[in-house]
Write a protein that binds this ligand. Structure first.
Ligand code: ATP
Length: 236
């Protein structure tokens, strides 16, 4: 166990042609830590995720265990240990849960795949029971958890989660929060883009607030616990 950060972003920017969606973003996420990336619509949160995983044109440095991923193709960043659950979850809806996890596990070394799938499945109670169910027929909350499990099966160092609470009922958001908290023990580093204050307040160790494409503030659990102030300043 190294204690150095899993993910370090240095002066990261994202752009769509001439439009600069975010710039000069520096942050880090340590092993076992959950950092929430919050801010209003259009702040640049999803664009930053894209710059990190290579789906949006990016600049700056993305260091994963010391290696700079910026400039690498998206699939190589995944193979280097950077997993993403995108908005919309990224599952193959006609494939079963088991098949989705098997696809996720292809990023793990071949000798570790079976164990990685078992471990990922074991983190969510319903997964084994519904192993042969098509992912697309699950509830929204179940699909979100399977999407996380699919990533975990690839044994990533860092997990990027984009708005996992989207479309979920409040009670399901609570279950998802518990599941994410349970991932800390794996040592994975999680960067969580989220507008749902409940999910953030239950899970996040720290937050980074983006507005108009820049980091405007950062803080820890003490500030996150001040729900009224946080709601006014940072959540929709
Ligand atoms: P939201 O919660 O609404 O998704 P966000 O913080 O994730 O907000 P982004 O989606 O990253 O914000 O958007 C940041 C800026 O980039 C906005 O001005 C947006 O209009 C622009 N943008 C996003 N996607 C594209 C795209 N594919 N092409 C051009 N501009 C885009």
């Amino acid at each position: 166990g190294s204690t150095r950060p899993s993910l370090i972003c240095r002066e990261v920017g994202a752009r769509y042609g001439l439009l600069e969606a975010c710039r000069n973003i520096s942050l880090q996420v340590d092993p076992g830590e959950i950092v929430a990336l919050i801010g209003p619509n259009g702040a640049g949160k999803t664009s930053l995720i894209g710059a990190l995983n290579g789906t949006v044109a990016g600049s700056g440095e993305v260091l994963l265990n010391g290696n700079n991923l910026m400039g690498m193709a998206t699939h190589r960043r995944s193979r280097a240990g950077l997993a993403t659950v995108p908005e919309g979850r990224g599952l193959f809806p006609t494939l079963t849960i088991g098949e989705n996890l098997a696809l996720g596990a292809r990023l793990a070394p071949s000798t570790e795949r079976a164990a990685a799938i078992e471990e990922a499945a074991g983190r969510f109670g319903f997964i084994r029971e519904r192993w042969n169910t098509a992912a697309g027929s699950l509830s929204g909350g179940e699909q979100q958890m399977v999407a996380v499990a699919k990533c975990l099966a690839g044994r990533p160092t860092v997990l990027l989660l984009d708005e996992p609470s989207q479309g979920l009922a409040p009670i399901i958001v609570g279950e998802l929060a518990e599941a994410l908290n349970g991932l800390r023990t794996t040592g994975i580093a999680i960067l969580l883009v989220e507008q749902n204050q409940t999910l953030v307040s239950i899970t996040a160790d720290r937050f980074v607030l983006l507005a108009a494409g820049q980091v405007v503030s950062q803080g820890g659990r003490a500030e996150l616990a001040d729900r009224e102030r946080m709601a006014m300043a940072y959540f929709k």
